[in-house]
Design a protein around this ligand. Sequence first.
Ligand SMILES: Cc1cc2nc3c(=O)[nH]c(=O)nc-3n(C[C@H](O)[C@H](O)[C@H](O)COP(=O)(O)OP(=O)(O)OC[C@H]3O[C@@H](n4cnc5c(N)ncnc54)[C@H](O)[C@@H]3O)c2cc1C
Length: 360
Amino acid sequence: MSAPAGDGPGPAATGAPVVVVGAGIAGAACARVLTDAGVPVRLLDRGRRPGGRMSGRRVETTAGVRVTDLGASYFTVSEGSAGGPGAGFAGQVADWEARGLARRWTDTFAVLRGRAADGARLDGTTSTGPWRWGAPAGLRSLVDDLLAPPGGVAVPLESGTDVETVEAGADGPAVDGRRAAAVVLAMPDPQAADLLPRMVATRLDVSARWHYRPSIAVYAAWPQRWWPDFDGAFVNDNDLLTFLADDGARRGDGAPVLVAHTAPDLSADHLDDPVAVVAPVVAELGPLLAGRPTPVPSWNRAHRWSLAQPYRQHAEEPFGLDEATRIAVCGDSWGRTSKVETAWASGTALGRELAGRLAP
Ligand SMILES: Cc1cc2nc3c(=O)[nH]c(=O)nc-3n(C[C@H](O)[C@H](O)[C@H](O)COP(=O)(O)OP(=O)(O)OC[C@H]3O[C@@H](n4cnc5c(N)ncnc54)[C@H](O)[C@@H]3O)c2cc1C
């Protein structure tokens, strides 16, 4: 969990905040815990909005303007994570559900195998697993809620702030020249490696060469639904697609929107030109789902994720904390599986660790 102390800086500079870089769910959860404990926090993100890989886009549909999830398709809650509010991710999700922010979507996905041209069809083959949860206002709304829960103290977010340097100094760490009590990098390893002092990256085993699977989300709307009922579909052995979601079913509003996540090789080949994959992916949907050509969509778009999910995890550690410099790393690669729950758990655990040291 933490690299050993060396001849590092002394106690936290009085009054300096903890600077959390990255307002995905890991950074938001970390900042939430620190804020609740009375520790001053600055939360910085380069994006215009928080959410990171739980982001979506507002789109016009025949059911109205809706937020389409383009990163994480859903989240799950581990069976071991039981209990009421405050008892881990299950408690957090129970609170979201009670306030109507999160909803159980489905426990059953269709399974498709191969390309439509080879005869693959939606044929009733399914796979049942854990509950998959969605959010009526898009998954990013859950990150928004962590940052500003009704009745709680809001975490101050500085969006549109692209952090360029993190330094370890004798008086403590600094972010772009401004002193911090501690620094948290809540982001994928290659992005953290770009910022970390070299010795810290080595001690925490965070590398720019840490490989991530890329993905392109192709999303499209139609005037009405033309596909048979399904919630989502795992698409195996298909060089175009890996997963398909009925976006309206996921949110619960029935909007006629589909989201397709492309296969890793295709994604890697088109990160510079994601729009090029839209036509072949949309053309595959009709034959795959309904055995006929795809009706012309009202609109279609693509969103690229160059670092979608890591191929390798820091499986045994919930976060990395370099004691010598008080620089830490958290996110979805810190745990057994890269997913929303892991990112929340990583940020929460790091927030508790830092609050235990820094809370007034
Ligand atoms: C296509 C796709 C499908 C997925 N499907 C699922 C799924 O079905 N279920 C599931 O549970 N999970 C899924 N995931 C994974 C899930 O989205 C992630 O595990 C989770 O959202 C990671 O959260 P995080 O806070 O660790 O990182 P991120 O959400 O990546 O947050 C990192 C933040 O750091 C910011 N940042 C980075 N560098 C800087 C900098 N220098 N300065 C300022 N800000 C910076 C970024 O802007 C970003 O907001 C999917 C992800 C993708 C992309």
